[in-house]
Write a protein that binds this ligand. Structure first.
Ligand SMILES: C[S@@+](CC[C@H](N)C(=O)[O-])C[C@H]1O[C@@H](n2cnc3c(N)ncnc32)[C@H](O)[C@@H]1O
Length: 337
């Protein structure tokens, strides 16, 4: 149990260097703590007991308190997100108070990428491709030369770079807890999670036709609910400006196995669709399914493909965006009528 581990470490420190009262947690030690925490989830009453025993838990940076938390697991989640070694001074009279001092706080964007990487590390683009190809073999229309079900991925950095520009240039005005993000043809669902990590959307949804890919997305959702969403919450708690709890909004993430042409997008704020392998007829289908979206809705397409409709204007163009199928041009459209 974590408590025992801390007691053990505490007594080890006392034995080795009574005067030092400092336990330096190496990255390896952090990993061990993380593992233990993962193996045995604290029940709520145990966590409360630990908090009472620990007293106040503070995380400081250069003497300034950056987080004060009553939640033991939040502190450890923070430890596992941090990219720098962390020093934990332990008082002489036992664990009356535990203070985690970071010499440097890890930037939000780094912590967010770590959360994403940890979540998606098992689901590679190759795995997505082979899952898709097994499914495609069963679909006759693909055999007739329809390439729309070809699998490929846009990376986290490229995608969040585009989202950052959209938010910074105020193309959308969404506060935490607001907005619906949709990925049409969401594959293994990775970008749905990338969007939820980037902004506390109200809803992030992926629609995918192929069953194998949909199931991989569901497995990621399971992992998200078990672990990643708590890490994200801890990161947001640490960077939250005082009292503003809206950033802690928990995004509702869902995946649907369906042809995205049969869904309704009236409430969408940002829609992403990887159009690289879509032909003209598919582009017209997309134009018609997004017809009833609100003015101001943003639609991102790949491979420089423009939505064939006068109701949309090209608001931004990103050249040479790295995808796993090569460099691509991303177009950001805005609904104007
Ligand atoms: C290039 S992949 C994009 C995956 C993911 N959105 C990304 O960018 O990382 C395109 C996905 O769209 C799916 N797709 C194509 N046509 C579809 C349709 N009509 N309905 C649902 N999914 C579709 C394919 O199966 C494939 O997984």
């Amino acid at each position: 149990m974590e408590w025992k581990l801390l007691q053990k470490q505490n007594s080890r420190v006392k034995k080795r260097a009574l005067s030092a009262e400092v336990l330096k947690l190496s990255i390896k030690a952090k990993a061990k703590l993380k593992l233990r925490l993962k193996r045995r989830k604290l029940k709520q009453h145990e966590e409360q007991k630990l908090c009472t025993m620990l007293g106040n838990v503070r995380i400081t940076n250069g003497g300034t308190t950056i987080a004060s938390s009553a939640s033991f697991s939040t502190v450890f989640t923070y430890l596992s997100c941090a990219t720098v070694p962390i020093t934990v001074p332990i008082s002489r009279d036992g664990l009356q108070s535990l203070e985690c001092v970071t010499s440097e706080t890890c930037a939000d964007s780094d912590a967010h990428r770590l959360i994403y990487e940890k979540l998606t590390s098992d689901i590679t683009a190759d795995l997505g491709s082979s899952a898709a190809s097994t499914d495609r073999e069963c679909l006759k229309r693909f055999m007739k030369g329809d390439s729309s079900l070809v699998y490929g991925e846009l990376g986290y950095d490229a995608f969040t770079h585009v989202l950052r520009k959209i938010f910074d240039d105020k193309l959308v005005l969404l506060k935490p807890g607001q907005g619906t993000f949709l990925d049409l043809g969401s594959g293994t669902g990775k970008l749905v999670f990338a969007a939820a990590i980037f902004h506390a959307f109200r809803i992030c949804k992926g629609v995918e036709l192929l069953g194998n890919l949909h199931r991989l997305a569901l497995s990621l959702l399971h992992k998200w609910n078990r672990d990643a969403k708590y890490r994200l919450k801890a990161c947001r708690e640490l960077s939250m400006s005082s009292g503003d709890v809206s950033s802690l909004h928990e995004t509702d993430i869902c995946f649907i196995q369906s042809d995205f042409r049969s869904q309704d997008y009236a409430n969408a704020d940002i829609i992403y669709v990887a159009t690289t392998c879509f032909n003209n007829s598919m582009m017209h289908d997309i134009a018609s399914i997004v017809e009833n979206t609100r003015v101001g809705t943003v639609l991102i397409t790949t491979a420089g493909k423009i939505i064939p409709s006068k109701r949309w204007r090209v608001a931004m163009v990103f050249k040479d965006i790295v995808t796993d199928w090569g460099l691509s041009k991303l177009i950001v459209h805005e609904k104007v009528a």
